[in-house]
Design a protein around this ligand. Structure first.
Ligand SMILES: Nc1ncnc2c1ncn2[C@@H]1O[C@H](COP(=O)(O)OP(=O)(O)OP(=O)(O)O)[C@@H](O)[C@H]1O
Ligand SMILES: O=P(O)(O)OC[C@H]1O[C@](O)(CO)[C@@H](O)[C@@H]1O
Ligand SMILES: [Mg+2]
Length: 321
């Protein structure tokens, strides 16, 4: 049971909805009479002792904003036991009794080590556009990022069709193809290339040529960054097909923007759960969603397993192409 204070942080790549989740954690804890500290810039701020007390007003006017009002970072020093001990000491001296971490697989891995080494209770929330946290089919921010990509695909399709071009769109996802697959299917892409699935470039180019010969006016290829370089692919595809090809690398536009209703709602629900669970004595859990329902996942199971891309989505993308 937590009597006095918890802390909250965001870590890894920012994702739209992190603010909504943090707001829910802060307001729930305060409602329960528990003090809340905000750690700035992820593990970096924990090590540098950049920690502030939060009030209900600290989280006003943020539910509609992308990014994270706490700031985030990637912190190599936290990967060492000494770094984690230093961070823990900064929490301990303030009387922090438990920690909510909002971040991706890496951030939650850091949290699991901190828990194991220091015993501090930790509750994680999956915050990443990559949707690659094991045990939950939802991560905060992926829906907003996918909507941003679909908006781009709609626009690119207009111009591709006008010029009878092939349009290659490189999206984020270094190790995971979830974001590419979801946005590719929802955006009606002809091909979705992801790091998890091998693709036959020659066959793809032959198919596109045949489709154009049969009258097709455009072809959209979504490629996750981890499946190859969009620019390089564009050159090869143009060479092999002889069809005018253009490439758009969407980049960090995918990480920003006002969160969708889905991300605001689910982040708010998860934030409340996280605060209540931590305060009532839970530790080493991650809250997520499975089939529309909130679920709690063991933190160590979550970080020790790799979420695999749903083969049904891979199949669907092929069928609908
Ligand atoms: N194996 C690890 N041990 C300790 N800390 C880690 C580990 N992996 C990651 N972290 C910590 O978490 C931070 C964020 O991790 P990472 O860069 O993998 O992002 P993430 O949380 O997976 O988010 P995203 O992939 O969405 O950007 C790292 O900079 C580091 O401080
Ligand atoms: O620009 P950064 O912060 O290094 O992050 C890029 C990476 O972060 C992610 O967007 C996840 O947040 C990955 O898909 C991408 O590879
Ligand atoms: Mg990650």
């Amino acid at each position: 049971m937590i009597k006095k204070a918890i802390a909250i942080m965001t870590s890894g790549g920012d994702s739209p909805g992190m603010n909504a989740a943090a707001r829910a954690v802060v307001r729930t804890a305060l409602y329960e009479g528990v003090q809340v500290y905000g750690i700035k810039d992820g593990y970096d701020g924990m090590l540098k002792d950049d920690i502030i007390e939060l009030t209900s007003r600290s989280v006003s006017d943020i539910i509609q904003r992308g990014g994270t009002f706490l700031g985030t970072a990637r912190c190599p020093e936290f990967k060492t036991p000494e770094g984690r001990r230093k961070g823990y000491e900064n929490l301990k001296k303030r009387g922090v009794e438990g920690l909510v971490i909002i971040g991706g697989d890496g951030s939650l891995t850091g949290g699991s080590l901190l828990s194991k080494e220091t015993g501090i209770p930790i509750v994680g929330l999956p915050g990443t556009i990559d949707n690659d946290v094991w045990g939950t089919d939802y991560t905060i921010g992926c829906d907003t990022a996918a909507n941003t990509i679909v908006d781009a695909l709609n626009k690119l399709r207009d111009t591709a069709s006008a010029h009878r071009r092939i349009m290659i769109v490189e999206v984020m996802g270094h190790k995971s193809g979830w974001l590419a697959m979801e946005s590719g299917i929802a955006g009606g892409a002809e091909y979705v290339l992801v790091p998890e699935v091998k693709y036959d470039l020659d066959q793809m180019c032959e198919d596109i040529k045949a489709q154009y010969a049969a009258g097709k006016r455009y072809s959209i290829i979504v490629i996750a960054e981890g499946a190859g370089d969009g620019m390089g692919l564009g050159k090869i595809v143009e060479e092999k097909t002889g069809i005018d090809t253009r490439v758009s690398v969407l980049g960090h536009i995918q990480r920003g923007g006002s969160p969708t209703v889905e991300d605001r709602m689910k982040a708010s629900m998860l934030g409340e759960k996280a605060a209540l669970a931590l305060i009532s004595g839970a530790s080493d859990v991650v809250f997520g969603f499975e089939q529309g329902k909130v679920v709690s996942i063991n933190l160590f199971d979550s970080v020790n397993n790799k979420k695999t891309l749903d083969p049904e989505l891979v199949r669907l993308a092929r069928v609908l192409a």
